[in-house]
Design a protein. Structure first.
Length: 208
């Protein structure tokens, strides 16, 4: 399914555009895997922004159905004392994950409460023991929160960004206070608080 030619590939490019601020190298590689170009990435993001601002474009979860097709899974979720629903789609770039839209209660009109990548139910989480395991794009918010409790969630600098504050051992086993940055729910980078001057250090990884 597509809206005027805007379909799954274009939607993945929209997600990548938001990740480029953190991981331009990984984004460039993913764009090539999609058989696209930087120009198409920019155009996809421009079209998406125009569509979601259009009064004629579907609202709520229907906008994702319009470009991704019917949800592959519709799951009940209990948030506090509210009955909610999660709709999920598979995206080719991240087959072990699902793009999930969390909808509020039906009596409230099923507003969209969250939109992000989550781990698929049949995909085992990665083994996260030290900071060396926290590589960009290797895990989602719930993976890190489960591996290093009690992680504290915080809002990021944009609607598609989230942060987690947590403590994890470095490769030498020394506990370090960290903040992980996520875009669309996918890990982008981890910053370590330097106790000597309180300035964060960003973990660097060798190029793949």
């Amino acid at each position: 399914m597509a809206v005027h030619g805007f379909a799954t590939t274009d939607f993945q490019l929209v997600l990548l555009r938001r990740m480029a601020d953190f991981q331009p190298g990984l984004v460039e590689e993913a764009v090539r895997r999609l058989g696209a170009s930087r120009a198409r990435l920019r155009e996809a993001n421009k079209r998406w922004q125009a569509m979601i601002r259009s009064p004629r474009f579907p609202r709520g979860a229907r906008r994702y159905v319009a470009v991704l097709g019917a949800a592959e899974a519709v799951l009940p979720r209990r948030i506090g004392d509210l009955d909610c629903t999660a709709q999920q789609w598979t995206l080719p770039l991240w087959p072990e994950l699902r793009f999930e839209v969390l909808l509020g209660p039906a009596e409230a009109g099923e507003p969209v409460w969250n939109e992000w990548l989550v781990r698929a139910a049949d995909s085992p989480p990665p083994s996260l023991r030290t900071l060396a395991d926290l590589r960009p794009w290797s895990c989602v918010v719930s993976d890190v929160a489960a591996a290093f409790p009690p992680a504290v969630p915080r809002e990021g600098s944009a609607p598609t960004r989230w942060q987690l504050d947590f403590t994890a051992p470095d490769p030498a086993g020394v506990p370090r206070s960290c903040t992980a940055d996520f875009t669309w729910g996918l890990l982008q980078e981890v910053r370590i608080a330097d106790e000597r001057d309180q300035r964060p250090q960003i973990l660097r990884y060798p190029s793949r």
